[in-house]
Design a protein around this ligand. Structure first.
Ligand SMILES: Cc1ncc(COP(=O)(O)O)c(C=O)c1O
Length: 461
């Protein structure tokens, strides 16, 4: 069959050779990254200056003194002070594959040597078509109908696009439901959906949202009743005015709080009775449960009208049913993602689906059980310092020092200094959470991370 010039270019043996050399060099240098390492005192002065410069130009200091050198090895990342850390937060759930993963590097090279830096809605390469097919087929494999996939560059934008489609379909209904303590992003719209006052302080109101209490495992029946009643009350107060319900099935930013199928079904029933679209926000949960999508894990396939993904997917997207298709003019974007991003997204998603990560016997569950067992032991040993663990799959959290915010912050910073990246989440109680680089982590890494967690707990009073 005739090949295009592009196909011939990408098959050129010189490119193959160049990529082989890059991989060889990478492997050789990665060999030197084998475990946690303290900062090099000789680099302290230059690193401090770099951090100061960064803070000055950025308009504020970084949460962690983290400036990477651009190389890592699986769960390990090297920082510019010469230190090596365990990355168990992965840019808040992005680097699923760990650092400097050879397969991802190769995918990125393929993107980097393609003709443009960015893809956008006027100009997309064949890589995008391949990616959309993969996402669409995987999303619909158990009967969901969200077959249309619209790429975007952030989770917040993927959510905005979903909201726009729902508002247009349900016009003139202009209210939304979301969950108490949910996180939806930081655009002007999403700042009013996210249930955190500090994230919208000083901002003009853009959306009317009614917040429904989230599922409570210790009061299964009660939490369903309370949530359904809260929905009905709001609908009674504002009849016909609710366009959609955005559901974060596992509340990530709140500290890995896990929902429940029966609970979601009860709320979805109220949605169906009142022409309210169901919007599943999977920006954080994508690729972190037994299924690629958390809505598949909770068996809500038939009910999803819109689904947003991000983070692990490397490029963000809004998936939607035919009956939510936007009218011409509502949506378009200069950028859908960089060529490297789109190429890497295909690699990562395909690997999640085919690499033995999913399912009850998959790697995610194995890592979860291992991590959970360790944290349970720590909670038994230091009951005054740690409780939990909480979460599901590759979203694991714990509470330290009773969920006190200042102490939790202090703990994460000390844990970072001792060699492990984690992050705080939620409030009253604050939790400390981990979003592991699933492709790169082995159980021995979890053993080491838990030893560092214990050391840090012991050091703190
Ligand atoms: C559930 C959820 N939705 C939306 C977002 C926003 O994504 P982004 O930060 O890429 O805009 C996040 C980010 O943490 C999230 O966890």
């Amino acid at each position: 069959m005739t090949k295009t010039i592009g196909e011939n270019f990408f098959l050129d043996p010189r490119l193959k050779e160049a990529k082989k050399l890059i991989q060889e060099a990478l492997k050789e240098h990665q060999k030197n990254i084998t475990g946690v390492k303290a900062p090099n005192p000789e680099l302290k002065e230059s690193y401090d200056q770099l951090l100061k410069k960064m803070a000055d130009y950025r308009g504020g200091a970084l949460f962690y003194n983290y400036l990477g050198t651009g190389i890592g090895h699986g769960p390990f990342v090297e920082l510019a002070d010469g230190s090596v850390k365990y990355d168990f937060i992965t840019g808040i759930g992005v680097h699923y594959m760990g650092h400097s993963h050879p397969g991802v590097i190769e995918a990125q090279i393929n993107g980097a040597i393609s003709n443009t830096v960015m893809n956008g809605h006027l100009q997309q390469n064949t890589d995008t078509a391949k990616l959309l097919e993969l996402i669409s087929k995987e999303a619909c494999k158990y009967g969901a109908e969200v077959k249309n996939v619209f790429l975007s560059t952030s989770g917040a934008m993927a959510n905005e696009n979903g909201f726009k489609m729902i508002f247009q379909k349900r016009y003139p209904a202009a209210r939304f439901f979301s969950f108490e303590k949910c996180f939806s992003g930081r655009t002007l719209g999403m700042a009013w959906v996210t249930d955190k006052a500090a994230y919208r302080q000083g901002l003009p109101k853009t959306l009317d949202v009614d917040y429904i209490p989230f599922y409570c495992e210790s009061d299964h029946e009660g939490s369903i009743r309370i949530a359904v009643n809260a929905m009905k009350k709001a609908i009674h107060r504002f009849p016909g005015q609710h366009a959609g319900f955005v559901m974060e099935l596992i509340q990530g930013e709140n500290g890995s709080w896990v929902g429940n199928t029966e609970y979601f079904e009860a709320l979805i029933k109220v949605c169906q009775e009142n022409n309210i679209s169901v919007f599943i926000d999977e920006v954080q949960s994508f690729g972190r449960t037994h299924e690629l999508f958390a809505f598949q894990h909770f068996k809500l396939d038939k009910h999803a009208d819109i689904v947003a993904i991000g983070k692990n997917s490397q490029v963000c997207a809004t998936l939607f049913k035919d009956d939510h298709k936007p009218k011409p003019g509502l949506m378009s974007q200069t950028f859908t993602g960089s060529s490297s991003q789109i190429s890497a997204a295909y690699y990562v998603i395909n690997e999640i689906v085919t690499g033995g990560y999913l399912g009850k016997e998959g790697k995610i569950e194995k890592l979860h059980q291992h991590f959970k067992a360790h944290l349970e032991k720590l909670a038994q040993k230091y009951p005054e310092k740690i409780s939990g663990p909480f979460g599901i799959g590759a979203m694991v959290a714990m509470t330290v020092f009773g969920g006190d915010e200042a102490k939790s912050k202090n703990f994460t910073i000390k844990l970072f200094e001792n060699g492990v990246l984690s992050f705080m989440a939620g409030a009253s109680p604050t939790r400390v959470r981990f979003l592991m680089p699933v492709m790169a982590v082995e159980t021995k890494h979890i053993d080491e991370v838990c030893a560092i967690i214990e050391k840090t707990l012991v050091e703190m009073n």
